[in-house]
Design a protein around this ligand. Structure first.
Ligand SMILES: [Zn+2]
Length: 143
């Protein structure tokens, strides 16, 4: 049990059950940067609902438009996307609202990547001079 101080006080209810810990602003300021990451990690385990929702990056539409403007493949651009992992598909990814597939990347080299919104798999459309290949990489949880 920590010593009783105006900076750190363990709190109990009338029945003696622990209720929490009171840390003074001065003490918190001294330990915040060290303790907060540990505290947040443990908190997310106890209460997963308070995890911050990751902010989704906007689709790189300018990259797609650039690829279209330099399109020199032997076939026209196609807008269909399908996910071999969960079976989701669309005839035109741009027309879906909400999106079934979000554009993640479009490089001038011809690699266009989408993320399936149903199962998070990545769909890689690789444009070669005369043909197109499509790969599906199922989503893997990172720890
Ligand atoms: Zn999918």
């Amino acid at each position: 049990m920590p010593p009783i101080s105006q900076h750190l006080l363990e709190l109990f209810d009338a029945a003696g059950a622990p209720r929490g810990l009171l840390v003074s602003p001065e003490l918190w300021a001294k330990v915040r940067d060290k303790i907060l990451p540990t505290l947040e990690k443990a908190l997310y385990e106890l209460d997963p609902s308070c995890r911050p929702v990751p902010v989704e990056k906007p689709e790189p539409m300018a990259e797609w438009e650039t690829l279209l403007s330099y399109w020199d493949f032997a076939y026209p651009p196609a807008y269909d996307v399908s996910c071999a992992h969960c079976g989701a598909s669309t005839p035109d990814w741009r027309a879906d609202d909400p999106r079934k597939f979000r554009l993640r990347n479009a490089s001038l080299g011809g690699l266009v990547t989408f993320q399936c919104q149903a199962c998070k798999s990545l769909i890689l459309k690789k444009h070669f001079k005369k043909h197109l290949t499509v790969e599906c990489q199922p989503y893997v949880e990172r720890c």
